[in-house]
Design a protein around this ligand. Structure first.
Ligand code: SAJ
Length: 422
């Protein structure tokens, strides 16, 4: 076998499951992470992230000696870089983690090694990484210098797995592989074929980078269309959920669902990488981002106007006596992940601005995040239904789908997910 050891740099939501998959195929895997807590947790056979089915694979791999985690990079035959690529304040991509990963692996590289950039990246990032590595190791040759005869092969292969289904999708999904040369691509296919059952399709690095950004931008634009429709329908007094279900009966129409905004660490980020590279051309992609980013503000204004409506209906009450309940804080249904969540952002803003009591219902967490814990109380569905004057439905968790329209008949409602609207 041409890969006796594989190193994964960055042991987060993508790196750790990927490392565990290789280790489960009885290959020595060295996971590298700067987070000491993550390293010690993994070395105990446990995991520091939430992902169904992952812990038992990690535990097995660690116990059998195929997976270990370290702080400092060690020599290996292949290196997979799976570090974060956030954006800076001005929506420009921040490649500092890729730069740091390059610096960490450069000293241990040897002739014949393969390096794969898995992080979702702006077009040109793989070439940039290759430049950084070439500067750090002038004694080795790289694809951009000598082509296929290079000492170090480099490719981009973006991850495309859905959080919550990572273990299944890592194996089943097709992979887009963009080598800097044809030999780089062939070596990369050889590596992924160790556990990937989907097809490995070869292209160049720039197209592979753009493919990943395109997938998430396509979803963002589709959601923005649905969100814009929800604003238009609100103004025209049309039920947007009924409208979309009618339009989707057309054989070539498939509109996605509106919501409180777009959250998570991918779809709300990746389109900006296209906009940053081609600001004069990416009008639709930028506008979609702006439409989705502005939806939480629209929801907040709606809640404030409902408070006013409640006080008109109940003239003996004051604003401090109005109780509002936010249903759902996670960034999408049936997960506990609150990062980049529009629902949490809405609840945070309401916690600051509403004079009355604020309740939150989130069946997937036990403690409220610090940003709202002093101004908001985590309660059960029953308690919220009992106490709230205004209900703000933010996430279509399964538990909320059991709430019958009759149970909320007496309340003022903002239903951003259309649970009681059809
Ligand atoms: N959302 C809507 N309406 C919809 C669908 C989604 O408002 O009709 C919202 C969700 O509530 C959530 C956000 O969009 O706030 C994103 O959720 P998601 O389920 O669409 O996607 P993610 O962020 O969990 O994962 C995406 C996936 N990309 C695509 O489906 C094209 C996944 O395959 C990628 O691997 C992942 O991004 C990633 O890592 O890039």
């Amino acid at each position: 076998m041409s890969f006796n050891s594989i190193s994964v740099i960055g042991l987060g939501y993508i790196g750790l499951p990927t490392a565990a998959m290789f280790a489960s195929r009885k290959i020595k895997v060295i996971g590298v992470d700067v987070n000491e807590h993550a390293v010690s947790t993994i070395n105990q056979g446990k995991i520091h992230i939430v992902e169904p089915g992952l812990e038992s694979i990690v535990q097995h791999a660690v116990n059998n000696g195929y997976l270990k985690a370290v702080i400092k990079a060690e020599p290996a035959d292949a290196f997979l870089v799976a570090v974060p690529t956030p954006f800076k304040d001005n929506h420009q991509p921040d490649l500092s983690y890729i730069h740091a990963a390059s610096k960490s692996i450069a000293p241990v590289l040897k002739k014949g090694d393969l390096i794969i950039l898995e992080s979702t990246s702006p077009v040109g990032a793989t070439e940039q990484m290759a430049e950084w590595l070439a500067e750090l190791r002038p004694d080795l040759t790289f694809p951009q210098q000598v082509g296929d005869t290079c000492d170090i092969n480099i490719a981009h292969c973006p991850e495309r797995v859905l959080p919550g289904q990572v273990v299944k999708e890592l194996v089943a999904n097709d992979r887009v592989i963009g080598g800097l040369t044809p030999v780089c691509s062939a070596r990369c296919v050889e590596l992924y074929k160790i556990f990937v059952e989907g097809e490995c399709i070869i292209t160049n690095a720039r197209t592979a980078e753009m493919a990943k950004l395109t997938e998430n931008s396509s979803r963002d634009v589709s959601i923005a269309f649905a969100n814009e429709l929800s604003l238009i329908c609100d103004e025209l007094d049309i039920n947007v959920w009924e409208l979309i279900s009618l339009a989707n009966r057309h054989p070539r129409v498939n509109i996605l669902q509106p919501g409180p905004g777009v959250g998570g660490h991918c779809i709300a980020v990746d389109p900006w990488f296209i906009v940053a590279k081609t600001p004069e051309k990416a009008h639709l992609i930028r506008t979609a981002r702006e439409v989705n980013d502005s939806k939480p503000l629209w929801v907040i204004e709606k809640v404030k106007s409902l408070v006013g409506e409640f006080l008109i209906q109940n003239p003996t009450k004051s604003a401090t006596e109005v109780t509002t309940a936010c249903f759902g804080l996670a960034f999408k249904p049936n997960i506990d992940d609150l990062r980049e969540s529009p629902s949490l952002a809405i609840t945070e803003s309401l916690a600051q601005s509403l004079p009355g009591k604020l309740l939150a219902v989130e069946p997937n967490i036990e403690v409220l995040p610090a940003s709202i814990s002093d101004k908001c109380t985590l309660v059960t569905i029953e308690k919220a239904l009992d106490q709230a004057d205004i209900i703000v439905m933010l996430v279509d968790h399964d538990q909320f789908k059991d709430i019958k329209p009759e149970q909320v008949k007496s309340k003022l409602i903002i239903d951003t997910k259309g649970l009681w609207s059809l």
